[in-house]
Design a protein around this ligand. Structure first.
Ligand code: ASP
Length: 380
């Protein structure tokens, strides 16, 4: 409205300016100056109006095109950040990680290439990683202090702003699927514990015994953590093996819609129903078509306190940063400055990818124009 009034005011000013020139240059009908002035005014008003409006239309068109211009279908994923050093990795294990990341990328990309939605691609990609014992999500989730697995997940649709999340669930086979169900078939955003499980079961999701998620490797990590705790060398969450393994995905579909999702077992030795950032919209996951999609991994308490996923999107909007600049600023300056370890994957509507972390490695990769890129270490 304000702009329209301004526009009209400018229109009048230019009209008066032209009228004066016309009157000054010509001597027509000086005997009837009022008639001459009115005729000249009307003609000028119409002519200038057409020109100005034409230009404005062109300018508006450019803005619309700029906003609608979207990049190629793209999928970016992570499988957790932490102390991932080459010297601690066997070639066989490294190969397994790379192959699984590749598989997750291909699964999601196929969905995008078939013309399906970014939400579907995110879920498919995350489900591949949830089913793999390599990652701290679904099978292979870390253990709580009490020796069980409590899982968190969330998903967000960047087109509608809809979101769904589950927290502290122990018997839902695919937590990301449950988060999607909450988003699509409930009027809530987040459900926790037994309530979330009852909802999932009522909606026909596959349920499993808690032992389905357990692995020897994660049991050993808990035993180590408990030992450290007894020795008094650490508090509840200080001791971690710092190979988090949370999984996440962000996708851009051919309709220009971004979606983001995250799924995790949380942190080893967590207790008292501790919930991390992963199921919290704005902290561990965020998606908004006009800015970007984000999925985080790392020491969740820092990500919650700093609303990391939303902060990255907000800086793009308010500071007019690119997705890479924003991710870098939040992860390397803000988060690292506070001692918060971890990383993020981000994707904007043009298909620009950011994979930023302040640890020695992050399982990560992206696929665009059918080209897959998979990385583990910092130096890659
Ligand atoms: N952010 C997760 C949490 O704090 C852990 C992780 O990313 O590995 O629960």
């Amino acid at each position: 409205m304000f702009c329209e009034e301004n526009h009209l005011e400018g229109h009048f000013k230019i009209t008066f300016f032209f009228c004066s020139i016309v009157l000054a240059k010509t001597n027509i009908n000086m005997t009837k100056p009022i008639v001459s002035l009115v005729v000249s005014f009307i003609l000028s008003f119409i002519w200038i109006g057409c020109t100005v409006d034409g230009n404005l239309d062109k300018a508006n068109q450019n803005v619309v095109n700029e906003q609608n211009e979207t990049g190629p279908i793209t999928l970016v994923i992570h499988g957790g950040a932490g102390t991932i050093l080459k010297e601690n990795m066997t070639p066989e294990l490294e190969k397994q990680y790379r192959e699984k990341l590749e598989e997750a990328l291909q699964a999601g990309y196929k969905i995008l290439a078939d013309g399906r939605s970014s939400i579907e691609a995110v879920v498919a990609s995350i489900q591949i990683m949830e089913a793999s014992p390599l990652f701290n999500a679904g099978v292979g989730a870390v253990y709580t202090h009490d020796g069980r697995n409590e899982l968190d997940a969330s998903i967000m649709d960047g087109q509608t702003g809809n979101a769904g999340a589950v927290a502290g669930v122990t018997t839902i086979k695919s937590p990301i699927q449950a988060a999607l169900e909450v988003m699509l078939h409930s009027s809530h955003v987040m459900m926790a514990g037994p309530g979330a499980e009852a909802f999932a079961e009522a909606h026909g999701l596959e349920m499993v015994p808690n032992s389905y998620f357990g692995t020897e490797r994660r049991k050993e990590a808990l035993e180590k953590a408990l030992k450290k705790e007894v020795e008094g060398t650490t508090d509840l969450l200080q001791y971690q093996d710092w190979k988090y393994g949370t999984v996440g995905a962000v996708a851009l579909d051919q309709y220009g819609n971004i979606a983001a999702g995250t799924s995790t077992g949380g942190m080893t030795n967590k207790r008292y129903g501790r919930i991390g950032d992963s199921p919290i919209i704005g902290a561990g996951t965020f998606a908004e078509n006009s800015t970007c999609g984000v999925s985080c991994t790392g020491h969740g308490e820092y990500f919650i306190r700093n609303v990391v996923a939303y902060d990255i999107a907000a800086r793009m909007k308010y500071e007019e940063l690119s997705v890479q600049e924003s991710a870098k600023k939040v992860v390397q300056n803000k988060l690292a400055g506070l001692g918060g370890e971890g990383g993020v994957i981000c994707l904007d509507r043009k298909g620009n990818v950011a994979m930023e972390f302040n640890t020695s490695g992050m399982y990560r990769g992206y696929i665009q124009n059918s080209q897959t890129h998979v990385y583990i270490y910092k130096e890659e």
